[in-house]
Design a protein around this ligand. Structure first.
Ligand code: NVA
Length: 303
């Protein structure tokens, strides 16, 4: 770890990403310790959540800890009082903060102003916990990560960026097929390129979905309009209209390719009606694996 926080996968050395996947896999087979015994974690959520909130709450309890859920209407992060004041109050009362925020900058301020560990539970820039769970899912289904071809189709958003960093860290090849105006932000892409060079994996972009999924072992997509982007809906639905993942696109990937989505999924937008039930779909494994991945992350931060 480069510090006390996990705000992006870039906070982990590349080899630590693979180690987290391994320890998540071990935790899944039942070896849970209780490093959070006597500790309390605050869960700050500025946006709605199903998988992230439930898996953190359950995971913290399984590891012996307690948690307090703080919604935006409870604390008004950055509205009722500055993020830095929230950080300085909470560090006196709890042992760690898991936060889902609109602006990644809020996480950085929490990290700078509080002495306790901060975990990114999704920001506009990234979703590192999702990426660790997703790598675990691919590892379970394929037995390894190195040299696999992972293709992301759609918006170069928080999910795509963290997945790019994760794949590049563990030596999986990563291709993103997105419109030129919706590429993964250059700051994230450049770090992924640096990691891909170290792991000798490939990192590619194409505007063409069928080109993007050629030779893919995994086809991944996410919503076209992320939380907080509702004002851009019309422009986004138009820009991504050719990027829907359906059976015909899956047929262009390797035979038996996995289909992945972090959910919630919008049938008729980024996926066709039946994609979640496609024979290659592992979306519910992904949802479960959030629990195991986050327990591995918490164990790493609190042991
Ligand atoms: N890109 C989506 C992910 C939701 C888990 C969003 O930020 O809304």
């Amino acid at each position: 770890m480069r510090g006390k926080d996990l705000l992006t996968l870039a906070d982990l050395e590349p080899e630590e990403v693979a180690l987290l996947v391994e320890s998540a896999d071990e935790l899944k087979s039942g070896k849970t310790s209780r490093p959070l015994e006597g500790k309390t974690i605050a869960l700050i959520f500025e946006k709605p959540s199903l998988r992230t909130r439930v898996s953190f709450e359950i995971g913290i309890r399984q590891m012996g800890g307690e948690c307090i859920y703080l919604s935006q209407s409870d604390i008004g992060l950055g509205v009722r009082e500055p993020v830095s004041d929230v950080a300085r109050v909470l560090e006196r009362l709890v042992d760690g903060i898991v936060a889902r925020v609109f602006s990644h900058r809020s996480l950085e301020i929490l990290g700078e102003r509080a002495s306790i560990p901060i975990v990114n539970a999704l920001s506009d820039l990234g979703h590192p916990c999702q990426a660790v769970g997703d790598l675990l899912t691919v590892y379970e289904h394929r037995g390894s990560l190195q040299g696999l071809n992972v293709s992301f189709v759609g918006d170069g958003n928080n999910i795509a960026g963290s997945l790019a960093l994760g794949c590049a860290s563990v030596g999986a090849n990563f291709t993103v097929a997105s419109p030129a105006d919706y590429r993964i932000p250059s700051m994230v892409w450049e770090e992924a390129e640096r990691r891909a060079a170290l792991s000798e994996s490939r990192l590619d972009w194409t505007p063409e979905p069928s080109e993007g999924v050629r030779e893919a072992d995994v086809v991944y997509t996410d919503v076209w309009v992320s939380m907080g982007q509702e004002d851009e809906s019309a422009a986004r639905l138009e820009a991504f209209s050719g990027y829907r993942v359906d059976e015909a696109l899956m047929d262009k990937a390797k035979s038996g390719a996995l289909f992945m989505h972090d959910m919630p999924a919008h049938r008729g937008e980024e996926i066709s009606e039946d994609m979640l039930d496609h024979p290659g779909s592992v979306v519910f494994d992904q949802a479960e694996n959030r629990l195991h991945a986050q327990k591995a992350i918490l164990a790493r931060l609190f042991s």
